[in-house]
Design a protein around this ligand. Structure first.
Ligand code: ADP
Length: 180
């Protein structure tokens, strides 16, 4: 585990399974139809049970790329799931803005719902093809900037499933520590 302190808050990097996290909220890498799918999205719906999809269908008609919506956590330890829609990597300059916005909107939902801890997966770097080196810097920079102005969020944990992705996030966080 590696940590970076931002004022009174902490950014943490761990290798593991997001469905097992005990943070108040977990982030999901959702698609814009909020239709469920493979990867981390499938794992969260399987572990959380059908109430999450029921709530998504009842409340939302999809979610634009770069935004996020919130539901309860069903059978998960986390009380909430924040379904963030990252971009499909297209090599356009919009990719970075949309990825950053997916994380920022998720953090804004935390503030609105008085959620002080959240665990995120690596949004967009699976099936959506975003290179992990770039995505990790965007994710960490976005969270760090948000935490500077939002001490109400105490913990943001990145939970990386595979060792390669974990190492890339760990290096990106260490790099940030050196320049901060
Ligand atoms: P996207 O479509 O946004 O790229 P994916 O689900 O395909 O989303 O992948 C995003 C990341 O989530 C990948 O690094 C993948 O390895 C990881 N992942 C898959 N299952 C889990 C899990 N249970 N916990 C945490 N991360 C996971």
């Amino acid at each position: 585990m590696t940590q970076l302190r931002v004022n009174q808050s902490v950014i943490e990097i761990v290798q593991g399974d997001i469905t097992q996290q005990d943070t108040e909220a977990i982030g999901n890498a959702a698609n814009s139809r909020l239709a469920g799918g493979g990867g981390v999205d499938g794992a969260i719906h399987r572990a959380g049970g059908p109430s999450i999809m029921d709530e998504l269908r009842a409340k939302y008609k999809g979610c634009p790329t770069g935004s996020a919506v919130i539901t309860g956590g069903g059978n998960l330890k986390a009380k909430y799931v924040i379904h963030a829609v990252g971009p499909i990597y297209s090599r356009s300059s919009k990719d970075a803005k949309l990825l950053s916005s997916a994380y920022r909107t998720s953090l804004e939902l935390c503030t609105q719902h008085k959620i002080s801890s959240i665990a995120f997966p690596s949004i967009s770097t699976g099936v959506y093809g975003y290179p992990v080196e770039e995505a990790s810097r965007i994710a960490l920079d976005t969270v760090k900037e948000y935490l500077k102005g939002h001490p109400e969020i105490k913990l943001v944990r990145f939970v990386l499933f595979d060792n390669k992705t974990f190492k890339v996030y760990e290096d990106a966080l260490k790099e940030m520590e050196l320049i901060s």
